[in-house]
Structure formats: C-alpha cells, structure tokens
Write a protein that binds this ligand. Structure first.
Ligand code: ATP
Ligand code: MG
Length: 395
C-alpha cells in the first residue's frame, strides 16, 4: 500500500524575492496552520519553495477540503516521502502503478537538488521501465490517465499521483486591510472572497435600520460574514445603526434621490470607520449597470463624497458569474433568504439613474448630517465572527 504521509504545498513562481518572499511564506505558513488548527498532531515544516505537513492518521479528505480554502497555495499533493535514492523512488512509483486501475501513465520528475546523480529524464526512464515491465500500464506522454510526479530534494523525495489545484491569490492579510460594505445580498459576500484572495484582510461594515430591518436580517449578514471569514480566520463586522439617517433622507428628498443619498451617507460612514480601523480602502459588491444605484453616473455621484480608494471587485462581472461564485463559496443559499435589508424596506419606486452631485448636495444641506454621522459612529458595534459561530448563533 502506498502511504501518503506528507502533504506538499506549492506556491508557484513568486515574482517577489527577498523580504517579500519571506513575508509571503511566513504568512502562508501561519494561515495554513491556522486553517488546520483542529488537526493537532500534524507536523509542519517550511522551506524556500514548499511547505510540508506530515500527517499521521488524520482524515486526508478533511485536510484536502481545508487546504483548498487557503489563498496563496497554487497546488498541493498528498505524497509519499522516501529517501532520495533511485531504488526507494522506483519502489514507491511501482506500488502506485500496481495499485491503480488506470491504463496509461507518465512519470514526471523534477530535480530540486541537482546533486542527485541522475538527470530527470533518466529517472523518468528508469522508473517507467520498471512499471512497463511489471504491469499492464502503457506510457502516454500527452494525456496520461495516471501522472506520477517525483520531486527530488537533497535528502528526501516526494512522490504523488495527484496534483490538487489550490485557491491561488495571496495569503490572506499580507496586502493590508480593506473595509467592505457588506449587505445581506448575493454580491458583497462574493466581493469579500475576491478581496481576500488578493491578500487583503477584510473587515466589514453593515448598515442596519431597526426596527424596519429585523434581528433575523442582521443575523443573516453575520452568518454570511462568518462563512467568508473562514478564508482569513475571523472577521470584524461593524454594525452601524442607519435608521435615523435613513428616515431623515426620506423626509428630505423622497423617493427618487433617496437611494443615492443613502449610499453617499453609507460611504461617508464607511470612510470614517476605515480610518478608525486602519483600512486603506473601501470595498463594495457593486457591478456596473446592475441596478439604478450602479449606473456609472450613480457610482460617480456616490463616490464623490469620499477620498479613500474604493475597490469594486465585481464591477465587470455578470450576475450569473457572481451567482456561480456565490455557490462555489457556499453563500448563495443564505444570501437569497428573504429578509428585508435597509434598502429594500423603503423600496423606492422610481430611483434616479443619473443623479447629480449638485442636487445631492442641495438635499444634504437641508439637515445636519454631520451630527447624525457622529452619533451613528459612536454607537457602532464591533462584532467578531468566525466559522465556528454558525447560523444558530446569529439567526
Ligand atoms: P448585494 O448583493 O451586495 O446586496 P446588490 O446588488 O443588492 O448587492 P445594492 O443593494 O445596490 O446592490 O448594493 C450595492 C453595494 O452597496 C453592496 O454590494 C454593498 O457593498 C453596499 N451595501 C448595500 N446595502 C448595504 C448595507 N445595508 N450595509 C452595508 N453595505 C451595503
Ligand atoms: Mg443589496
């Protein structure tokens, strides 16, 4: 029996060198360990271009599912570790071949340590020769059913028949912090995932309008946050009470401008929250043209109230692409639960699609929003969610 005892983690060709590379690896190493924290007996080791995890009797399937969620991993494999010695290498490869029900194979050797006395091609030939002689397998170099990979390092060699694609991107948190406007919809949780994939630490801000929005709606947002928090470990969610501002906006401007003004107010609150928590950018789930508040004119008019950069990872995605991603990361079913959010509750019949900054400023001059913003920020809640806190805690 082949005993896959070592997980080998690849992070691809990093374009960065020196300190950045070290930071990348250290952060990835920490994130991998954190993701696998429930498996207490794993043993970890990091090297220049690989991370190794020695497994004992832990469930490989469970480890595989967790590792697929760690950003910064380009691929990983469950390998058998043997001494860097041709006989030992060939024994393991032969056993893999003997146990398979596949018909064609190929040997792919990579020498990470050039002091090994044979060249990669010669190793390929020697190992393939033994398999050809002792099994019914045939070689297919173009499209083999079974690819046996041999990674030769100085002391040890790692052998695997499977290369599992990783999540790609950068290790969560390595590229700084962003504050995401998180609603209970489909888009913003996907935006969280995309931002985290770029190595950003995501904190969220959510605007709730109790009693017009319910506890359940708030619970839904926190559940979504806890779902995506798995990719970075945990997540701060700043919940800001938006009721007074929202009522005031409706009183002052009425239907057509209400959404625009609400968004401008949300951006102001978010920019200040970002300053407080040390986030250098805001994030949103906006996508051009999706709804009235996401025309280019609306985006420009809303963006006008802040100086902080706003990152919109979904800006050019189709709705179907966003839904596919939401399904992939597991948030879709929760996102479509029918709870009101603070924008649907007042449900403007006739929102402007080409709002103007002048008109917005005119409406905003009618009331003292500065004071209201300060009050809302002072009462803001900071809730920390993690994957361990699931639906029951919030709904
Ligand atoms: P989503 O699925 O993210 O709710 P949406 O298609 O419903 O998106 P809008 O309601 O126009 O779009 O919201 C656009 C963006 O504004 C959201 O992606 C989110 O970033 C932000 N946003 C909207 N409502 C809220 C809220 N109540 N709290 C925090 N952010 C919000
Ligand atoms: Mg929404």
């Amino acid at each position: 029996m082949v005993k896959y005892d070592t997980v080998l983690i690849r992070f691809g060709e990093l374009s960065t060198k020196g300190k950045n590379r070290k930071d990348f690896i250290n952060r990835l190493y920490g994130n991998v360990k954190y993701m696998l924290r429930d498996f207490e007996s794993l043993e970890y080791r990091k090297a220049y271009d690989r991370i190794y995890i020695k497994i004992h009797d832990e469930d490989p399937e469970a480890i595989r599912e967790k590792l697929k969620k760690v950003f910064g991993i380009s691929s990983f494999s469950f390998t058998e570790k043997v001494a860097s010695d041709l006989d030992a290498i060939s024994d393991t490869c032969y056993r893999i071949a003997a146990e398979t029900d596949k018909k064609t194979f190929k040997i792919i050797t990579k020498r990470h340590d050039k002091s090994f006395p044979m060249r990669s091609d010669d190793i390929n030939r020697a190992v393939a020769g033994r398999i050809l002689k002792n099994t019914d397998l045939k070689v297919d170099v173009h499209d083999p059913e079974l690819a046996i990979r041999i990674e030769v390092h100085r002391e040890d060699t790692y052998i695997t028949s499977e290369k599992i694609p990783g999540a790609g991107g950068y290790p969560a948190g390595i590229n700084g912090k962003v504050l995401l406007l998180l609603s209970g919809g489909i888009d913003s949780p996907v935006a969280a995932y995309e931002l985290m994939k770029r190595g950003l630490m995501v904190e969220a801000v959510h605007f709730a309008s109790p009693p017009y929005t319910s506890e359940a709606a708030r619970g839904k947002v926190l559940t979504l946050a806890s779902m995506v928090s798995e990719y970075q470990g945990h997540m701060h969610v700043h919940v800001i009470n938006f009721t007074d501002l929202q009522l005031q906006i409706y009183k002052t401007a009425g239907d057509p401008y209400a959404v625009t003004l609400m968004r401008r107010m949300m951006f102001r609150l978010a920019e200040r929250t970002a300053k407080q928590v040390g986030a250098l950018a805001l994030g949103t789930g906006e996508s051009i043209g999706q709804v009235a508040s996401q025309t280019l004119e609306s985006i420009a008019c809303i963006n006008d109230v802040v100086r902080i950069p706003v990152i919109r990872p979904l800006v050019c995605y189709d709705k179907v692409e966003i839904i596919d991603l939401a399904r992939k990361i597991g948030t879709y079913e929760t996102s479509i639960l029918p709870f009101e959010d603070c924008c649907t509750i007042f449900d403007p019949k006739n929102p402007v699609t080409k709002p103007s900054v002048e008109k917005s400023e005119y409406f905003e001059s009618q009331f003292d929003y500065e004071k209201m913003i300060e009050e809302a920020l002072a009462a803001s809640e900071d809730i920390v969610v993690s994957p361990e806190k699931n639906d029951e805690d919030f709904l």
